[in-house]
Design a binder for this molecule. Sequence first.
Ligand SMILES: [Zn+2]
Length: 146
Amino acid sequence: MKCKEVNKKLVSYINDELSNTENKNVKSHLESCAICNEIAVELQNTMNLFDDRITLQPNPFLYTRILQELNNLHTVQDNNGFLPVFKKVLLPVMFSLLLIFSVFLGITLGNIYETNQQEKETSSLTIEYFFNDLEQETVEVSLLNE
Ligand SMILES: [Zn+2]
C-alpha cells in the first residue's frame, strides 16, 4: 500500500469503517511507515477532541450551580452591607452589655460575699450569746450551788 492510499483511508481506519483486509493493510503500513503512523496518531488525537466535544453534554447541575453562585454573590453583598452596621452598632452594644453584665456580676458577687460575712457575724454573735447564756447559767448554777 502506498502512503497516499493509506492517508485517504486513515479517517475510515480510525473510525473502524474499513473492511478487514483494508484494515489489515493500513495497519501493516502504519507499523512500517513512521510518517503515516505519526499522521494517524495526530488524526486520532484530533478525532478524540471532536469526540470529547460531541460527548460533552450540558451539565444538568449547571443551572443550579449558576443560581447558587448568584445567591452566594447576593449573600456576600448582604454581608458587606451588614458588616459596617455590625461594627458600628452591634459591637459597641455588645461591649456595653458585657460591661454592664460584669458590673452587675461584681455587685451581686460583692453582695453575696457581704451577706455571707454578715451571716457569719450574726452566727458568731448568736454563738457568743449562746455561750454567754451558758456562762450566765453556769454562773447562776454555781451561785445557786453555793
Ligand atoms: Zn506511509
